[in-house]
Design a protein around this ligand. Sequence first.
Ligand SMILES: Cc1cc2nc3c(=O)[nH]c(=O)nc-3n(C[C@H](O)[C@H](O)[C@H](O)COP(=O)(O)OP(=O)(O)OC[C@H]3O[C@@H](n4cnc5c(N)ncnc54)[C@H](O)[C@@H]3O)c2cc1C
Ligand code: FES
Length: 356
Amino acid sequence: MSPGSGADGGAVGDPVRKPVRITVEASGETFEQRGDDTVLRAALRAGVGVPYECNAGGCGSCRIQVVDGAVDDLWPEAPGRSERDRRAGKLLACQARASTDAVVRVRPSSEYVGDRPPVRRTARVVSVEAVTHDMRRLVLQTDDPADFLPGQYVSLFLPGVGAPRNYSMANLANADGQWELIVRRVPAGAATGVLFDSFAVGDSCAIDGPYGLATLRADAPRDIVCVAGGSGLAPMLSITRGAHAAGLLRDRRLSFFYGARTPADVCGGAELASLVAEGADVSFHPVVSTPATDHGQPWEGATGYVHEAAVAAFAGRTADVEWYCAGPPPMTQALQSALVLDHGVPVGQIHFDRFF
Ligand SMILES: Cc1cc2nc3c(=O)[nH]c(=O)nc-3n(C[C@H](O)[C@H](O)[C@H](O)COP(=O)(O)OP(=O)(O)OC[C@H]3O[C@@H](n4cnc5c(N)ncnc54)[C@H](O)[C@@H]3O)c2cc1C
Ligand code: FES
């Protein structure tokens, strides 16, 4: 398999496309958009904090209005762009690419600028192993160090897949250049089809990152709750590992809730057990939504929805802990609204990534 292709199927950093300059109308900040970057990737690379969350067209946080110039809409049907946005001519910066110099209306904020600007690199697969029947761990290797915060993600540009897909790191930043990803197969999914059916040790692709704002808040003085659904395991493991590495789990407790559909889908316990063996105060709470299966594995643990189990376990003290969550959008949204609307948890204490 060859090094990765871009959002349009062209080569990463396509030299044919000439760089264009984008100006933010109100502040006058300008940045260059090169190769096959979207407006969002170019802005964040240049340290201009265009608001975003998913970098995948799902959340709608990155709306911009084009004031001048030609900007192409790469995914007109993106679910994050509402009918109202369409009527108002608003675009999603993560699905927009300027073809001329342009002026855009958006309100950048420094909170969206990471202290590690995203970089595009080539990565080689160095290990692939099964986590469950439909989840696998992939370790990618880059020549330079893997520099990211616990909870962040990278975009993979896979050959034959029309647009990049995001995957969160499960490990911690390291000088060896290793990026550990946990990928769940999506039925008929374009990227996961490649990652499961044709990607093997020795193959390479382009990766771009780190991105993401749902990172470990080491300075928050509270106990920690991680809630993971499916492949949301990856960033929640990174948060847990980061908290342990920072020494937070010597005097703070981390409760890790893992939501699985069936008993055969439960995973993450072994990784957490190894942190407990090193002295981390971590407890693991798997919750299964469909306990009766054909797999023959009896389930005597908790059943139901993982976000409900997590909230119930902290009844009366939901605002005393720092909440981290990753996984399917319905799960993360249900947890967020239960915490904020029903329990009055301050939004600044909830950090989540929705896996659109
Ligand atoms: C922040 C974030 C972190 C994530 N982390 C993980 C993780 O750690 N592990 C994991 O397994 N999954 C993760 N995901 C989900 C992952 O990015 C993919 O959506 C998932 O693997 C399915 O991809 P697919 O190509 O197989 O499925 P498909 O159904 O082929 O594609 C689904 C996704 O591709 C994108 N897409 C589809 N069509 C277009 C288009 N025309 N233009 C642009 N984009 C398009 C959309 O984002 C859509 O949700 C994460 C998602 C996000 C947003
Ligand atoms: S960041 Fe663009 S839609 Fe989510």
